[in-house]
Design a protein around this ligand. Structure first.
Ligand SMILES: C[S@@+](CC[C@H](N)C(=O)[O-])C[C@H]1O[C@@H](n2cnc3c(N)ncnc32)[C@H](O)[C@@H]1O
Length: 418
C-alpha cells in the first residue's frame, strides 16, 4: 500500500522496534510477537541524509586522535575488511601505495619508498575501499602506520563534515530500548493526563527518536492520526531540550481532539503540577493554535437543496477562495452585502440559504445592489469582488466601480436555475 502511495523508489527502510519483551502470543500460535515495524518512505528526493547525529560523548570516545589543526578524527583502515572483495572481483581497487620510513605516502614509486598493497597476512590479495582517483583527490586524508612491523594505509574520518555539520549515524534496523516499550507509552500519557483512557499511545521517547533523525531547521512534523497527541509532546520536548523551533501539525477527527489531543500538548507547554520530571512540572514552553474544521461543502447535498450552507459558512468559504485568508468573525447578511476585506480585496456575498430566494431574480446582482456595493467604501482602491448566483448587468457596468463578479459555487446556481 505504501509503495503504491509513495512509490517503491521512495522506500527508505524498515525498523523492528521491540515493544513488548514478554511477547504477545495469541492462543494457538507458536510465536509470541515482541516487535512492531516502523516503515520509512521519503516524499521526494532530498539533499540531506537522515540519521542521528553522534553525541558529544560518543565523539569523544570514538574520535581519539587529533590532526595538525587540533581537530578530532579516527583512523579507519583503507583496506576493505571483507574478504569477499579483492583483486579477483574489484580490480580497480587493487593498486599500490608507496610509503617511506617517515611514513610519508606517495601514489608514485619513489626512491626509498616501500610498496604497500592491500594484502592480508595469509597472502590473500584483497582491495582498498577507495579507487586511485579518490585516493588522489582525498590524499590529505591518508595516513600510514606501522602495525606489527608492517606498513598499513588508513584514512582519517572526522565527526563533522566540511560544512561543519556533525556526521550522522546510519539508522539501525533493530531498536531495543526500554523507553520504546508499549507500557511506557501509557505511563507517559498518564503522567500528563491522569484519567485518560486512550488505548496504546506511543512512547514519547520513540517519537522523539524518529523526529531527531531530521535536521531541525524548518522542520514541520505532521501527524494526521494524532490520537493522544504524543507527537506534539515529543516535538515540544525536543525543542525545549535543544532550543530549536520545530513545528508540528496534529490532526484528529474524534471528539477528544480538544480534550485529549490538544489538552495534552497544552499541559506539556504550560506545566503539569504533579509530574515527576521537574521541567515538565514547570512547563516546557511553546505554543500552538487549535482549529476546528468548518462546515463541510458537499456538492451532492447542495444539489438537493435541502441543506444549503448558511450565509456565514458560504461567506467563510468564498472569502477564503478569493483571498487565501480566513474571515476573523462570522459574516451576517447586510444591506451592502459586505463580508470582509484584506489589503487587496473587499468581498461581498449576495445569498440566502433559501432555495426559492436563490431561484428568484432577487439573488442576482442588479443595478440596485450594484449601487449599494459601489457606495460602500467608495474611495477604496481595492478590488471589489461580488459573489452572487447570477448577474443582470454587463461587465462594462461593473468596471468603473472596480468590481468583479464571481458566480457562487456552480452547483447552487444550478439548483436555482432548475
Ligand atoms: C492509533 S491512534 C494514534 C495514537 C498516537 N500515535 C498516540 O501516540 O497517541 C490513531 C488515531 O487516528 C485517528 N484517526 C483515524 N482516522 C483519522 C482521519 N481520517 N482523520 C483524523 N484522525 C483520524 C483516530 O481517531 C485515532 O485517535
Amino acid at each position: 500500500m505504501m509503495d503504491e502511495i509513495f512509490g517503491e523508489e521512495n522506500f527508505l527502510g524498515q525498523v523492528s522496534v521491540m515493544v513488548n519483551p514478554k511477547g504477545r502470543g495469541l492462543k494457538g500460535e507458536d510465536f509470541a510477537k515482541t516487535h512492531e515495524y516502523l516503515i520509512s518512505y521519503q516524499g521526494a528526493e532530498r539533499d540531506e541524509t537522515i540519521g542521528k547525529e553522534k553525541s558529544d560523548d560518543k565523539v569523544e570516545k570514538e574520535y581519539k586522535e587529533f590532526d595538525e589543526e587540533g581537530n578530532r578524527y579516527r583512523a579507519l583502515e583503507l583496506r576493505n575488511t571483507h574478504k569477499e572483495f579483492g583483486k579477483h572481483n574489484r580490480k580497480n581497487l587493487f593498486y599500490p601505495f608507496y610509503v617511506n620510513d617517515e611514513l610519508l605516502i606517495s601514489l608514485e614509486p619513489l626512491k626509498g619508498y616501500e610498496v604497500v598493497y592491500p594484502v592480508w597476512e595469509n597472502g590473500f590479495e584483497g582491495c582498498w575501499t577507495w579507487d586511485s582517483a579518490k585516493a588522489l583527490r582525498d590524499y590529505d586524508l591518508l595516513v600510514a602506520r606501522i602495525v606489527n612491523g608492517k606498513k598499513k594505509i588508513y584514512r582519517k574520518s572526522y565527526p563533522t563534515s566540511q560544512d561543519g555539520k556533525r556526521v550522522k549515524q546510519k539508522i539501525k534496523t533493530i531498536w531495543q530500548d526500554k523507553a520504546f516499550f508499549t507500557e511506557k507509552g501509557k505511563s507517559d500519557l498518564l503522567e500528563v493526563l491522569p484519567n485518560c483512557t486512550f488505548e496504546f499511545p506511543k512512547p514519547v521517547e520513540l517519537v522523539k527518536e524518529i523526529i531527531s533523525m531530521f535536521p531541525p531547521e524548518n522542520l514541520i512534523v505532521l501527524d494526521s492520526f494524532a490520537g493522544a497527541g504524543t507527537t506534539g509532546q515529543a516535538t515540544v520536548e525536543l525543542n525545549h531540550m535543544d532550543g530549536e523551533n520545530r513545528k508540528f501539525i496534529l490532526v484528529e477527527m474524534e471528539n477528544y481532539a480538544n480534550t485529549t489531543t490538544a489538552e495534552r500538548v497544552r499541559r506539556v507547554i504550560d506545566g503539569v503540577p504533579n509530574a515527576k520530571d521537574e521541567a515538565l512540572k514547570n512547563g516546557l514552553g511553546g505554543s500552538f493554535t487549535y482549529c476546528e474544521l468548518g462546515e463541510e461543502f458537499d456538492v451532492e447535498k447542495m444539489l438537493d437543496g435541502e441543506s444549503l450552507p448558511s450565509y456565514a459558512a458560504l461567506a467563510a468559504y468564498v472569502f477564503y477562495t478569493v483571498t487565501g485568508q480566513s474571515l476573523d468573525k462570522d459574516a451576517a447578511p447586510s444591506a451592502n452585502f459586505f463580508i470582509g476585506e484584506t489589503d487587496l480585496y473587499d468581498v461581498y456575498l449576495i445569498y440566502k440559504d433559501d432555495i426559492s430566494y436563490l431561484r428568484s431574480n432577487e439573488s442576482a446582482l442588479n443595478q440596485d445592489k450594484l449601487d449599494s456595493i459601489a457606495a460602500h467604501n467608495p474611495d477604496s482602491k481595492k478590488q471589489k469582488v461580488v459573489f452572487a448566483s447570477a448577474k443582470y448587468m454587463s461587465q462594462d457596468a461593473l468596471k468603473p466601480h472596480n468590481i468583479v463578479f464571481c458566480q457562487i459555487p456552480y452547483a447552487i446556481h444550478k439548483i436555482a436555475g432548475n
